[in-house]
Design a binder for this molecule. Structure first.
Ligand code: TXA
Ligand code: MG
Length: 342
């Protein structure tokens, strides 16, 4: 299969063509403000199966359903608690996924048989136009091959999905750069399952108490039941093993400097780049600029696969605000191989 790139800037039929593919039961790479997604009609079991095949994704890992307008929430969720209405009001459209009781119309293939469904209303105008044109909710995981770093440009999607899907819709580089925050509203108390573009602090400002799921900071063993099944897999990983170094940036830079070999790649804050100029080095913005760190993290991780590095050291961002999400993705990319420098 040849994968075509549909670009709405140069082709005014691009969104229509992508929507027609979705209606025909095909899978399309689509931009969102967080990361690119691999979309299919959420009501169509056969179309959803194609997503799992293209990604090589385990069947027990459910997909997020994307809608274009708040009213569509009723089509996908059986009941909408007050807390969901408040979160939607505050953060939609945007990088927030809510886990809610599922509607019967959502097939098991989407929810992996769970009684709940993850729902998100993205803010990217091309994503919303596409979903509206398709006329159905769109199930979409991140558009990387399973286990790889997520895709934040159309070129990344072509890298991972070229030949596996009919089309990718161009939407420019993703402005958030890490995936949506996932909060479950299906239990007794709101629970953060995955940190992302909306911070824990922002959620707490609206909801009061929000429980932080264990899987956000720790490695979860295979035998443990996790709330977001995706959190248990090795994920976001470049080919070379990653070590995340946490602590004061000045100290973590020195630590990495001491452990370097000729075959080490370094992912560092911009102000420390001069220390690593002789090495395969990528910067992720300054230590005080978490929004830039989030935008660059996946592209930086991916880019090491074009080099010969045998190991990668990464400075760990502070874990407040969106930094919690960036630190989480790095630690997962490292399989929780973390050094704490004191
Ligand atoms: O920003 C995003 O959320 C992106 C863009 C494309 O929207 N999508 C994304 O999807 O990150 P994916 O499939 O890579 O990650 C979805 C995560 C997985 O960890 C999955 O286990 C969890 O959401 N999830 C989905 N439905 C769930 C549910 N009903 N209950 C708990 N976790 C769920
Ligand atoms: Mg993903």
């Amino acid at each position: 299969m040849q994968t075509i790139l549909l670009n709405p800037v140069s082709d005014e039929t691009a969104i229509d063509r992508a929507a027609a593919l979705l209606r025909a039961g095909e899978v399309v790479g689509m931009p969102t403000e967080t990361v690119y997604g691999l979309g299919a009609n959420a009501f169509d079991t056969a179309a959803v199966a194609k997503i799992f095949a293209a990604k090589g994704r385990p069947q027990d890992n459910p997909l997020i359903v994307h809608i274009a307008d708040p009213d569509a929430l009723e089509q996908v969720s059986a009941s909408i608690p007050e807390s969901a209405k408040r979160l939607a009001e505050a953060f939609w459209p945007g990088p927030l996924t809510m886990v809610l009781p599922r509607a019967d119309s959502i097939p098991d293939a989407v929810t992996a048989g769970l009684p709940t469904v993850g729902v998100r209303l993205p803010s990217h105008p091309i994503a919303r136009a596409l979903i509206r044109q398709a006329g159905v909710p769109v199930a979409a995981p991140s558009a990387n091959r399973s286990g790889r770093p997520s895709t934040t440009t159309a070129a990344h999607v072509l890298e991972d999905m070229g030949g596996r899907i009919p089309a990718v819709l161009e939407g420019g580089p993703c402005q958030v750069g890490v995936e949506s925050t996932i909060v479950s509203l299906a239990g007794e108390r709101p629970r953060l399952l995955r940190p992302g573009g909306i911070s824990l602090e922002q959620l707490r400002a609206v909801l009061g108490e929000v429980v932080l799921d264990r899987a956000v900071r720790e490695q979860i063993g295979d035998d443990v039941q996790v709330s977001a099944p995706g959190m248990k897999y090795r994920h976001y990983a470049p080919n070379a093993p990653v070590t995340v170094v946490c602590g004061e940036p000045e100290r973590t830079a020195v630590y990495i400097q001491k452990h370097l070999t000729n075959e080490t790649g370094v992912l560092c804050f911009t102000e420390f780049a001069y220390l690593f100029e002789m090495h395969e080095m990528r910067t992720m913005g300054t230590a005080l600029d978490p929004l830039t760190q989030a935008r660059r993290i996946f592209d930086a991780l991916r880019s090491f696969d074009e080099t010969r590095v045998q190991e990668i050291y990464a400075q760990c961002p502070a874990d407040d605000g969106i930094g919690l999400a960036v630190a989480n993705r790095l630690k997962k990319a490292a399989g929780f191989q973390v050094v704490n420098v004191v």
